[in-house]
Design a protein around this ligand. Structure first.
Ligand SMILES: [Zn+2]
Length: 257
């Protein structure tokens, strides 16, 4: 990924997607925020399940991301490891920088300037961008999302709602738990036998490849899928639940220009 510093934030961008003039996207890191202690840095997570950071610090961090990326809105959902996807219009809600707009794990829009934020601390964010139609989506894909084929459901949502053809989609799979660290001792019950081909050594699974295969099965061309390849547990620039337990959330943002 491209590593860039803007407004004091260290941001990463997919090389291919960064060349798309109609797309504004970034993966945030810990660098550049005002949170303290276990959340030190640019923590974007509010909820108890996301830790217990000061809400004012999180709001300031979210505002800094919105401002740095030049967005009119920065929206996020209350992520529940499900498969609900919601469309976001251009209209701002009240006190938006403090509130989830819905309980969902996918956001999509055809409106410019609306930043779709997925919050992460080991899970994947998957950007789906259809340049010709002018549509973008951002999906939260943890292992439960992979089990439920959230990548495929995201592609189907764009087809149904916006008339996007899978073959026009360009995708980016964000930094997340890599095969080095994606250990599932209860994989027989949690992941099931269909994931066994992705077991690269005992109890360790390549969830990046699962997502790539799910996108391809949904019709996205392999050559249009970028995988970050950065493991959040290995790379200290990210918040990692597996590494730290009590920690914050970094994020992946996608918006139309
Ligand atoms: Zn790792």
């Amino acid at each position: 990924m491209l590593r860039q510093e803007e407004n004091g934030l260290k941001l990463l961008r997919f090389a291919g997607l960064a060349g798309e003039p109609g797309l504004n996207h970034a993966v945030t890191t810990r660098q550049g925020g005002v949170s303290q202690g276990a959340y030190a840095g640019l923590n974007l997570g509010f909820r108890a399940g996301e830790g217990g950071d000061e809400p004012a610090a999180v709001r300031a961090n979210l505002g800094k991301v919105r401002e740095t990326l030049g967005l009119t809105r920065l929206v996020f959902a209350h992520q529940v490891h499900g498969t609900e996807i919601v469309s976001v219009n251009g209209q701002a809600g009240p006190d938006e920088e403090a509130q989830a707009i819905a309980q969902a794990d996918g956001l999509a829009t055809d409106q410019p300037g609306v930043g779709l934020l997925i919050k992460q601390a080991d899970c994947q964010a998957v950007i789906l961008y259809a340049p010709a139609k002018g549509v973008v989506a951002n999906l939260h894909v943890g292992w439960r999302g992979n089990v439920a084929d959230m990548p495929g459901k995201g592609v189907a949502f764009l087809a149904e709602r916006y008339g996007v053809e899978p073959r026009e989609i360009k995708a980016g799979v964000s930094p997340s738990l890599g095969p080095c660290c994606a250990e599932f001792v209860n994989h027989a019950s949690e992941l099931g036998p269909v994931f066994l081909p992705y077991q690269i050594r005992p109890d360790h699974f390549d969830l990046w490849q699962v997502t790539v295969d799910q996108l391809c099965a949904a019709g996205v061309p392999l050559g249009q899928i970028e995988v970050s390849g950065l493991c959040t547990r290995c790379a200290a620039m990210f918040y990692s639940y597996r590494r730290e337990g009590v920690t914050g959330r970094f994020g992946t943002v996608a918006a139309l220009v």
